[in-house]
Design a binder for this molecule. Structure first.
Ligand SMILES: C[S@@+](CC[C@H](N)C(=O)[O-])C[C@H]1O[C@@H](n2cnc3c(N)ncnc32)[C@H](O)[C@@H]1O
Length: 375
């Protein structure tokens, strides 16, 4: 804005001239586009017909795919400057290797209405039943579009690209009325919680992972491969015979792929993820089921930390800094959290070396980044 404040406008592309409805939030303005007066050169027609029907799934379809990675990097640079107070952020951030922006999602959570899956209409509880999905992997898209989910109100779809495994979890007490192809494993929420060996197998960086229905896994295996490569480079040659702490370790994606000869300690709050990690990580890892915030003091030489959207926060940063690790690789799925955590880590004695953005979520504003810190 002319006064230097940032305006966040739903539906706008940098370079547009728009008529917008805005709310003054003090330090910034927020709003939505009513009319595009002059379109930016980076504005394109949305490729997915479901957007015109009201689907609220992919908010960046009107931005040229080739421009999206630079915009995500710009968002990360802005967050590092404003929240991390990193003056030279622009020199430290680079865009990672390209990933296809369509047909990638192997995990989908969808609403169900009258037995059919759909996405919520933007800013509404209304459900749009898609006849296609731009970002779903074809193995998942078929279930999303053609599946029938009985009395469920929500369905989680997960597929394994390497294995071809397909699984759905319906948010209902029974699977009556569920119609999906025979190869699909069907679970109720209760079945999923009970575990019982219901897994999807996926392969990343040559390692096969068993993923239980209740465990987190990255939204696409090719993106997980890029993350593994960046984390491996970030860990580099730090303490090659020391201890690697995989914090927020999930089913062991990083512990199983980047530790090499280091001793692995994995900390993770989810019971099912810890059980999966025991299967997925070779050697004799130490697996601790705990939140980071409650972790007992322990030394480590290298830390990989991949927290949920809210980021590390003050208490987890204190725990990680107290390990004494000289290298810390932070995988972040939220630029604002990355900015805040960067400031906390700098105040705890770390310096930010470099950040690479990863375009895991094509056609959306979601931004993933891998940041490397040294002490
Ligand atoms: C973004 S996922 C990353 C998992 C894994 N690194 C991967 O890439 O597959 C975050 C993980 O942290 C776990 N988690 C969430 N809050 C936590 C906390 N406070 N302490 C420890 N683990 C937590 C979740 O269960 C989830 O498995």
């Amino acid at each position: 804005m002319p006064d230097g404040r940032v305006a966040m406008l739903d539906g706008a592309v940098p370079g547009d001239t728009v008529l917008a409805e805005v709310i003054d939030r003090g330090r910034f303005l927020e709003g939505r586009v009513i009319e595009v007066v002059t379109g930016s050169p980076d504005r394109v027609d949305a490729p997915c017909p479901e957007l015109a029907r009201g689907c609220g799934g992919c908010d960046w379809q009107m931005i040229a795919p080739a421009t999206q990675p630079d915009l995500r990097a710009a968002i990360v640079i802005d967050a590092l400057r404003r929240l991390g107070r990193v003056d030279d952020a622009a020199e430290r951030v680079t865009v990672g290797p390209p990933l296809p922006p369509s047909g990638y999602r192997t995990t989908i959570r969808a609403a169900v209405l009258d037995g059919r899956a759909g996405y919520r209409r933007a800013e509404s509880h209304e459900v749009i039943e898609p006849s296609s999905c731009l970002v779903a992997h074809p193995l998942a898209e078929e279930l999303l579009v053609d599946g029938r989910f009985g009395e469920a109100r929500e369905v989680r779809i997960r597929v394994g690209v390497a294995s071809g495994d397909r699984q759905i979890v319906v948010d209902a007490d029974s699977t009556v009325g569920v119609v999906v192809p025979d190869d699909v494993e069907v679970l109720t929420r209760g079945d999923a919680r009970a575990g019982g060996g219901a897994i999807v197998r996926e392969t990343v960086a040559g390692v096969e992972f068993a993923i239980s229905a209740e465990s987190f896994f990255q939204c696409r295996p090719d993106g997980a491969e890029v993350l593994v490569d960046l984390v491996r480079r970030g860990v580099g040659d730090a303490a090659t015979d020391g201890v690697l702490l995989d914090a927020y370790g999930g089913v062991g994606l990083f512990a199983a792929t980047v530790a090499d000869a280091r001793r692995v300690v994995l900390v993770e709050s989810s019971r099912s993820a810890v059980a999966d990690a025991a299967v997925n990580i070779g050697g004799e890892p130490t697996l601790i089921r705990s939140t980071l915030e409650r972790l007992r003091p322990m030394p480590a030489d290298v830390v990989v930390a991949d927290p949920a959207r809210e980021g590390l926060g003050r208490r987890a940063v204190e725990k990680l800094a107290a390990t004494g690790a000289g290298r810390l690789v932070l995988v972040s799925c939220d630029p604002a959290a990355l900015g805040r955590d960067t400031r906390l880590l700098i105040d705890a004695g770390y310096t930010l070396d470099r950040v690479t953005t990863v375009d895991l979520f094509g056609h959306t504003s979601h931004t993933e980044a891998v940041a490397v810190f040294d002490r």
